[in-house]
Design a protein around this ligand. Structure first.
Ligand SMILES: [Zn+2]
Length: 304
């Protein structure tokens, strides 16, 4: 169980929900109330990934209306049959208004089979590479295959996020070497997630980001309910209970990591500069002279 003695309202650093489907029902019809509640509990940004082309206009509209809500567009592995060449051209055009391409990837639990999903996955990686946009990756079980394709498409030049990661430590480190952050969701709090909790305390802190995947993957306290961004706090508290760093350090790091892999968010997150941890990269937070690729250095220092 997370350490509930941590006073999250005292946190000076906002947390970012790097993956929440606010365009989907039932979240969409309760959006104002949901955002208000999440903002009050310290969530300072929301990344909304696209799953199906039909919802792209809605996501872009939300991002245009709410300064702390950020659009990512993509075609989920379960909808790749929708992706004809016209659809992919539309993605490339609309992606100019996005912080990332996603969610995209490989998932054998969905039809069509992975060998069909691969073609559309590659096309979307190529769009991201052409536009210099990071990617949000959905991958279940086919980690080696996904990694291989990402390497072949030279995706290390744009980096991104491995969403709701469920692979091994070895695979996590491979994706980190490609410039990716590993994202933990509500599943970190589930009783059966022992391997995932072990991974969450072993990874270098500067490779970890947080998400809810709302309305899916509610944390254990709310199991069976419709998940919402406010409950990102449960994921954060679980991570704090697992790791040796202070909650302030963990909050600072997950924010800095998010801004590093999704640089278009820089400048949009409300900050309280006086209270920020001194290790926080000021350039990344203010959107200043962020030097792409600087984060590759940590692998040597943390995992020699
Ligand atoms: Zn998702």
């Amino acid at each position: 169980m997370p350490d509930t003695n941590i006073n999250t309202s005292a946190l000076s650093t906002p947390l970012i929900d790097t993956h929440c489907h606010l365009d989907c029902e039932p979240l969409y019809t309760q959006l104002d109330q949901m955002l208000c509640c999440a903002r009050k509990s310290g969530i300072g940004g929301f990344v909304v990934p696209g799953v199906h082309p039909d919802n792209w206009p809605r996501i872009l509209q939300l991002a245009a209306q709410q300064p702390d809500l950020h659009a990512a567009l993509g075609i989920h592995p379960m909808h790749v049959l929708k992706a004809d060449s016209q659809c992919l051209s539309r993605l490339e055009e609309l992606a100019k208004h996005c912080v990332a391409i996603g969610e995209i990837g490989i998932d054998p639990d969905f039809d069509p089979p992975p060998d069909v999903q691969v073609t559309v996955f590659r096309s979307q990686l190529q769009i991201a590479a052409r536009l210099g946009l990071p990617v949000i990756i959905h991958c279940r079980s086919k980690f080696q295959m996904t990694l291989q394709i990402m390497k072949e498409e030279a995706i290390q030049h744009v980096g991104g996020i491995m969403h709701a990661f469920s692979g091994s430590r070895e695979m996590a480190l491979e994706f980190i070497r490609l410039g990716f952050c590993i994202s933990f969701s509500g599943s970190l709090t589930w009783p059966g997630s022992k391997r995932l909790r072990k991974l969450a305390c072993q990874l270098p802190l500067d490779a970890v980001v947080l998400e809810t995947d709302a309305p899916n993957m509610a944390p254990q306290t709310y199991k069976g309910q419709i998940n919402q961004p406010t409950w990102l706090m449960d994921v954060f508290l679980e991570l704090c209970a697992l790791r040796s760093e202070s909650p302030g350090q963990i909050a600072n790091a997950t924010l800095a990591n998010t801004l590093r892999v999704l640089p278009k968010l820089c400048g949009s997150v409300p900050m309280q500069p006086a209270a920020r941890h001194k290790s926080l990269d000021t350039a990344a937070v203010t959107g200043g002279n962020y030097e792409k690729g600087r984060h590759f250095g940590y692998l040597g220092s943390h995992h020699a």
